[in-house]
Design a protein around this ligand. Structure first.
Ligand SMILES: Cc1cc2nc3c(=O)[nH]c(=O)nc-3n(C[C@H](O)[C@H](O)[C@H](O)COP(=O)(O)OP(=O)(O)OC[C@H]3O[C@@H](n4cnc5c(N)ncnc54)[C@H](O)[C@@H]3O)c2cc1C
Length: 233
């Protein structure tokens, strides 16, 4: 069945005291006090105070302090093209629906990119191709070809799902790269939804989970969207 919606994303796991944990990590580096005392101290109740120190430390490039925070997302309804881009991020951990063990018994789900969705003639051709592939896949598997081999004919558009986990440093890096308008729309939407899920719980992160140009104040892309001045201008 064709599906014109993009990623479905839910934050399924995060530490309880994100801000306090990062604050404790930051202060531990510069204090004679123990991390336990820092964690329990009055300042670790004061959000504004914690944020002031965290922003200073993180903007100076002291990134180990944000590596202590690990988050996990349940992700579905993304294309294999999109998941392939995501799994290039080497500091993330993934558990993805297997095309070896999960056999498609009827028309496989697939993602239609908007540019095709919005062109009636080409969308019809695209859907005809998906139906044809599905018929062949089912014929092959019914005739004894294992799913792990029949999947060779499944397209990049085939839908997939996964659990993806990463630490906050990697999430910020992912956002910086993949929220950029030069990234493909599907992964941009996926990463935006991942970020929004976490920002709902930790609003202070909205200033970090942004495209790289917003962090740097300039754009380093050849084909800039024009939102920020080009590097060196
Ligand atoms: C718009 C866009 C277009 C792209 N187009 C292509 C393309 O055409 N072809 C293609 O192959 N890829 C493409 N990529 C993927 C890109 O090359 C990276 O593989 C991907 O973005 C992962 O980024 P990363 O390596 O910075 O980060 P991650 O793998 O998430 O790693 C995070 C950081 O850890 C460090 N790190 C991780 N591993 C190493 C290592 N082995 N050595 C040193 N430092 C390391 C680096 O500082 C890195 O930035 C594209 C990415 C984007 C955003």
């Amino acid at each position: 069945m064709a599906n014109d919606k993009y990623a479905q994303v839910r934050l399924i796991s995060k530490p309880e005291n994100i801000l306090k944990t990062i604050y404790t990590a930051c202060r531990t580096c510069y204090s004679s006090d123990s991390p336990l005392n820092i964690y329990d101290c009055d300042s670790a109740q004061d959000t504004e105070k914690m944020l002031k120190l965290i922003n200073k430390v993180v903007s100076s490039g002291h990134y180990s302090t944000i590596e202590h925070i690990q988050v996990s997302f349940a992700i579905s309804n993304i294309s294999r093209a999109c998941s392939h881009q995501l799994v290039r991020h080497r500091l993330m951990s993934f558990s993805q629906k297997s095309q070896r063990y999960v056999k498609e018994k009827e028309q496989f789900d697939y993602i239609i990119p908007d540019t095709i969705e919005n062109n009636t003639e080409l969308k019809q051709k695209f859907e005809e191709l998906m139906n044809k592939i599905s018929d062949l896949y089912i014929e092959f598997t019914k005739k004894g070809i294992p799913a792990e081999d029949a999947r060779a004919m499944l397209p990049n558009a085939a839908s997939t799902s996964m659990v993806a986990s990463l630490n906050l440093r990697e999430l910020i890096h992912l956002a910086n790269l993949r929220l950029c308008s030069r990234a493909q729309k599907e992964i941009r939407i996926l990463v935006k939804r991942m970020c929004d899920e976490l920002i709902k719980e930790e609003p202070w992160l909205k200033d970090y989970l942004v495209p790289k140009c917003e962090r740097w104040g300039f754009c380093d892309e050849d084909k800039s969207c024009g939102r920020m001045p080009l590097k060196g201008q």
